[in-house]
Write a protein that binds this ligand. Structure first.
Ligand code: SF4
Length: 500
């Protein structure tokens, strides 16, 4: 077999190993195949902050990164965290000015031209003058000869420009490249433009990794601690290991969910035991499940309590979290934070889109999370079809009742997935899905839509969030304490502030 390498392109927030690359390399390791992880996002940021910034006369980033790795206290101080991230972000901004039209941040890269146009990305990659070019050319030179086949793991659109450039540079050096990862499979399953992605990469693999080893069984059925090409420290005060307890979703009913075709599977806890026995001591586990199932978390608590220094992940705020003091047990076992998709304070909205819990239940779960001493990261969604001003006000009233209990908040405006049950049943929900410029060759995950009654819930939601929601005294401190950079991972490691 070729000598393999797993490549994670920039830009992903450099606070933990990218989950997709980690699982792919870990699955290969469990099958006896060594495929070192090259995290080029961490590599790019290290190159920029440690090597390029001093030469270019940018601000000294070393003290800021030192703080993120060793804050000197058990948890990050929110003010200090904000100020050191501000230094890193300002250096990124200064660097991006050298590349007209590019926008760069600690979690995103947006090239000039039409958004997600593969023709533009190929042109930019071949030009060799992107923000990543100098670093990537140096990396190709340094690693030449160490592998013959690169498996590029693509999880976010923020990685796409650099992924195209990496593929181009490696193929020019005679190295075989295969693109895979959750973004490629999501585009194939629920978006449009997979053929455009194929135009950027000679080989695209859309399965979970099993085609590389010629197996039929799910790739995540066996995972071991993988090999890393470098032993760099991530920008985090504790090592964070991403791991799913399940794939798919136990609920699997939300009408606007684009992921409902993903098969549900419990991942054997033996995998987590093996990872914990070979990885760094006392890591934080980032549970990357779409929604942590209650029955599964109960089984894993003793292991998490004994072998980790904490964990966090996503929970549907449904009633079974309230049974038998479960949230208290989870907190006692080291849970630092739960991310809850409460979505709306309107029972009508939650029922219409099959969320499977009521605002009252979500409130009780959020209250108990807070009472148990864990951090609450609450996700709210506005602008769903048929959403009225009354629905939005109910959401604000829910947040007011939870004053002092929500630590962090994520506000989103609804996007209609290209493919989901709601799109299929659009007329029942009073909407007409439209199309963006049909001639543009771009990757798409969402579609525009019009309401049959001529309302525009997305526009109304934007106005409400700006003029009403964000100016409310119960919301202002939560948004102020929600870090802009290094979000979920560092939120779990942030000192809790008194928001009352
Ligand atoms: S809880 Fe999340 S993953 Fe599960 S169906 Fe709803 S949106 Fe999809």
């Amino acid at each position: 077999m070729d000598r393999l390498a797993v490549i994670s392109p920039p830009v992903i927030t450099p606070s933990e190993v990218p989950a997709g690359a980690f699982m792919l390399a870990g699955g290969l390791a469990a099958r006896g195949i060594e495929a070192p992880i090259h995290d080029l996002s961490l590599g790019f940021f290290r190159w920029l902050f440690y090597e390029h910034a001093p030469k270019a006369g940018f601000a000294n980033c070393a003290p800021s990164i030192k703080y993120l790795i060793s804050p000197g206290t058990e948890f990050y101080d929110p003010h200090k965290h904000r100020s050191v991230c501000g230094v890193l972000q300002s250096v990124l901004k200064s660097y991006a000015k050298k590349f007209p039209g590019w926008q760069l941040s600690l979690m995103d890269s947006v090239p000039p031209g039409i958004a997600h146009s593969t023709a533009d990305l190929i042109f930019l990659a071949k030009s060799g003058s992107t923000p990543f070019s100098d670093y990537l050319k140096q990396w190709v030179k340094q690693t030449r000869g160490s592998f013959d086949h690169a498996l590029i793991s693509l999880a976010y659109l923020s990685q796409l420009p650099a992924a195209v450039e990496i593929a181009w540079l490696l193929e020019e050096s005679g190295i075989r490249v295969t693109l895979g990862g959750s973004l490629a499979s999501a585009l194939n399953d629920t978006g449009s433009g997979i053929e455009l992605l194929r135009s950027c990469f000679r080989e695209v693999a859309l399965d979970d990794g099993r085609s590389i080893v010629g197996e039929d069984q799910p790739f995540l059925s066996r995972v071991e601690w993988p090999v890393f090409a470098n032993d760099w420290k991530y920008f985090s005060s504790r090592p964070v290991i991403p791991f799913p307890l399940t794939t798919g979703c136990t609920w699997n009913k939300c009408l606007f969910c684009p992921d409902r075709d993903k098969p549900y599977m419990d991942i054997s806890l033996k995998n987590l035991e093996r990872l914990l026995s070979r990885g760094p001591d006392h890591p934080v586990i980032h549970l990357i499940d779409s929604a942590i199932p209650v029955k599964t978390i109960e089984r894993v608590l003793p292991l998490l309590r004994e072998k980790t220094s904490g964990f966090y992940g996503f929970a549907r705020p449904q009633g079974n979290w309230l049974r038998d003091g479960l949230l208290g047990k989870i907190a006692d076992s080291g849970c630092l934070m739960l991310q809850t998709g409460a979505e709306s304070g309107s029972i009508g909205i939650l029922q219409r889109f099959m969320k499977g819990f009521s605002p009252e239940t979500a409130e009780k779960v959020i209250t108990e999370i807070s009472d148990s001493g864990m951090r609450n990261y609450v996700y709210l969604l506005f602008g769903l079809p048929g959403e009225t001003e009354k629905d939005r006000e109910l959401t604000l009233e829910m947040v007011r009742r939870l004053k002092g209990r929500i630590d962090y908040m994520n506000l989103s405006i609804f996007n209609l997935p290209e493919k989901c049950e709601l799109t299929d049943r659009a007329a029942e929900f009073g909407i007409i899905p439209g199309d963006y410029d049909g001639d543009a060759s771009v990757l798409r995950f969402y579609r525009p839509f019009q309401s049959m009654d001529n309302s525009d819930p997305r526009k109304d939601a934007r106005r409400f969030i700006k003029d009403v929601f964000k100016t409310d005294p119960s919301v202002i401190p939560v948004l102020h304490s929600t870090p802009r950079w290094f979000r979920a991972g560092h939120m779990a490691l942030m000192k809790k502030t008194d928001l009352l």
